[in-house]
Design a protein around this ligand. Structure first.
Ligand SMILES: [Fe+2]
Length: 434
């Protein structure tokens, strides 16, 4: 497990061992069990779960939904819990192996899904649930037991995934769990309800699952197409930002570098995943508004005339206006609009100050300034690191949010003490930081 922290590795091994014990226990319960018609159902669902992994849809950078959820819930309503646990374990293992995942990812995924299936299945039985599910869901009891099944399955599955993410990234568990569940809640609920429908249809005749596959396939293809269009649109907007950078040889790759530094600062500040993604996306296109600016102004070595300066100040607002039309960037438009505001209120376009400036914009401002200083410009060479440090020490609390500057120092491995010592002593320290 090369890239896992010790804590995450211990958690992973614990989950795998727990699942191993659970599977032994399930096998014992199945000794002498007469499989009969359950055998065909088990095989079909194992294959279905394995194949579904290949068709997972990535809805956002960190969230994917998988039709396997439907089948994993469905099988719990069709065959006894110990058999369903094995079906889920084998199906997920096969699926992950087919997509060439590393051995510990295969085992962890299969184990956590099997545990979720077993616990949810047992909770369903305890709540009075029946297998197979009665064809008419017309009593409150059935409704309650199905709700228990879905809720427990979701909570147990989520607990294990967010557990390992929280241990690996050192981020608190509850917010991670909340973020992970919130972003795909609707999709998850519909996948679960489809699981109930699948079970109802399939228990009459197993092969009706093929009939179900047709509408599901159509939904999948159209979802995939709309996701593709979104990705293409996002790519096109980012390309535009790159072309703007390329107009000036000195800013080539600027937006990409600012995006990756802004992301690292946002991570250092322990922002939520969604927020980190939002900051990164906005930083990637923060200068899009420069599309309306004359090349001569952008490349000008001399001081800008009043008219040129006025035009320059329009670029954040214009960028925000363009981005408003693209769903992937809508949430971050305010970060683009205010990326030239200053902490002391002397920036543009509106002269906002302090925390009135959205945090994302304050982060982009720092990343943007760093990249400008660390690279050569038409009118000067790249500044030496010592100089960049002293500018940031000086500007923290004036031009930039001191908290963001502190995060930048941590990201770049600079001594954060510099930001807290009296002015007179900073110079000596900066020299040491070199
Ligand atoms: Fe800008």
């Amino acid at each position: 497990m090369p890239d896992l922290s010790t804590k995450a590795s211990v958690f992973l091994i614990t989950v795998i061992l727990a699942a191993a014990l659970l599977l032994v226990w399930c096998s014992r319960l199945l000794l002498g069990f007469h499989f009969g018609s359950y055998a065909a159902t088990a095989v079909v669902f194992t294959a279905g779960i394995a194949l579904s992994d290949h068709f997972a849809l990535r809805l956002a950078p960190r969230t994917a939904v998988n039709i396997g959820t439907t089948l994993e819930l469905g099988i719990l309503l069709l065959v006894p819990v110990p058999l369903a646990t094995w079906v889920v374990f084998l199906g997920v293992s096969l699926g992950k192996m087919l997509s060439h995942r590393r051995w510990f990812e295969v085992l962890f995924n299969a184990s956590s899904h099997a545990i979720a299936a077993f616990v949810a299945g047992e909770a369903y039985m305890l709540a009075g649930g029946e297998i197979p599910l009665p064809l008419q869901i017309d009593t409150l009891d059935i409704f309650i037991s199905l709700t228990v099944l879905i809720v427990v399955h979701w909570i147990v599955g989520l607990t294990m995934v967010s557990g390992i993410v929280s241990l690996q990234t050192n981020q608190p568990y509850i917010p991670i769990t909340y973020q992970m569940s919130k972003s795909v809640a609707l999709e998850h609920v519909s996948l679960y309800l489809m699981g109930v429908l699948t079970a109802l249809t399939v228990q009459e005749n197993l092969w009706t699952i093929l009939l179900l596959a047709v509408p599901l396939g159509i939904v999948y293809i159209s979802l995939q197409k709309s996701l593709q269009i979104r990705q293409l649109t996002r790519g096109a907007v980012e390309k535009m930002a790159d072309i703007i950078d390329r107009r000036d040889p000195y800013t080539y790759g600027h937006s990409q570098r600012v995006a990756s530094l802004a992301e690292r600062i946002a991570e250092e500040m322990r922002l939520s995943w969604e927020e980190i993604d939002r900051v990164k996306a906005a930083a990637r296109v923060h200068d899009l508004g420069k599309i309306a600016m004359d090349r001569t102004v952008l490349e000008k070595k001399e001081i800008l005339s009043e008219e040129e300066w006025r035009k320059m100040q329009e670029h954040p607002g214009l960028g925000a206006e363009i981005l408003q039309n693209f769903p992937d960037f809508q949430d971050g438009t305010e970060y683009v609009r205010y990326h030239h505001e200053r902490w002391d209120g002397r920036g543009y376009p509106e002269g906002l100050s302090g925390e009135k400036i959205p945090l994302g914009a304050r982060i982009i401002a720092v990343a943007d300034s760093y990249d400008a200083m660390a690279r050569a410009r038409p009118y000067r060479d790249a500044l030496p690191e010592e100089k960049v440090i002293s500018i940031f020490v000086d500007g923290a609390g004036k031009q930039w949010d001191p908290r963001v500057v502190e995060a930048l120092f941590k990201v770049l491995g600079w001594n954060t003490l510099l930001l807290h010592v009296p002015k007179g002593k900073q110079k000596a320290l900066i020299k040491l930081a070199e």
